[in-house]
Design a binder for this molecule. Sequence first.
Ligand code: UD1
Ligand code: UDP
Length: 364
Amino acid sequence: MKILCTMGTRPEAIKMAPVILALKKEPWAEVRVLATAQHRDLLDQVNQFFGIEPDIDLDIMRPNQALTTLTARLLLELDTVLEKESPDVVLVQGDTTTVMSVTLACFYRGIPVGHVEAGLRTWDMQNPFPEEANRVITGELARWHFAPTEGSRQNLLKEGVPDAGIVVTGNTVIDALLMSASKDLQLGIEIDPDKRLVLVTSHRRENFGEPFRRICLALQTLAQQNPDVQFLYPVHPNPNVKEVAHEFLAMLPNFTLCEPLDYAPFIAAMKRAHIILTDSGGVQEEAPALGKPVLVLRDETERPEAVEQGVVKLVGPNYKTIVQEAQRLLDDEDAYRAMARGISPYGDGQAARRIVETLRQDFA
Ligand code: UD1
Ligand code: UDP
């Protein structure tokens, strides 16, 4: 049974790693790894961390590449790989352009696809853009839907996906996080041990332009209002993010802007953080498991479970709400404690095992 595991960006590499490592232990599975390298440096550091070496690398990243160009180049290159490799099954993870393109290329060749992290929905095609569309297309075409939560299973049923194709597995992001516990996690950046740390990440396309400027202005105000608090922002390399973040924040004495952190130092940063402000999907899943309150810099989320449990709050790209809610968490002990409860609605660390077991039952 030849299984082609695919990945393009940092989060896909992190969340696919537990599946690849689990499949490699199975005698019935011949595992091949394809990196589209939609991300280059961000992807490579994750694979190094998990000891994974892609068998095929499309090296597709170009500076500030438009979505249309990226998709067109991916489809052409992927078709050649699928013809040559002729896999029995292809696995994709998440909602990126790589995921949608791999799924479509497989559909054209009649190759069945297993979708890891299936069924996440906001029901708004523009938020997040283009990820909601990528998930819907992938959900329509995939054969196996590995849903992280019961809520995501319900979303798929609502869209008419047959129940028999859906398995609730938990999210492999928690498997990856637990696997990292045995590794050396050093932040590698000097943070005053007496200061509380606010960790920030932001990169969503729908926030580019005015919304992202509002986010940065709110961060600027928070840093000025709280000179005794240290802020750390590993800035995403997308030029639309990088330039604005530096314009608003680089001059502040208690604001450290750095290059994206490798996975291990980033986990160390999350552990060290007092609160986390982010628009990242993966961080919304990891931080609650580490007991860290999260303010999400978006109006909507496809990960409602932690919001419902009160450990994640949506603050949008809204200046006033970001400043108000972050300040409340910094000033009000009770409000802080209510959100810092170590709840993990996204998995128990066994998601990869459940995915492998499903494939084994169907194929071995
Ligand atoms: C992509 C995904 C998004 C995911 C995010 C994770 C799409 C459309 N977007 O967004 O869903 O949440 O990855 O981080 O699939 N760049 C580098 N080095 C890198 C990576 C990126 O320089 O290692 C720069 C390049 O200029 C690149 C740009 O960032 O063209 C944008 O990369 P792209 O993958 O198109 O979008 P992201 O914003 O990273
Ligand atoms: N991450 C990282 N270094 C960073 C920021 C994030 O290793 O500087 C990790 C984080 O732990 C999470 C994943 O990257 O597992 C999330 O990726 P990202 O925010 O880029 O994408 P999203 O999850 O929003 O698709």
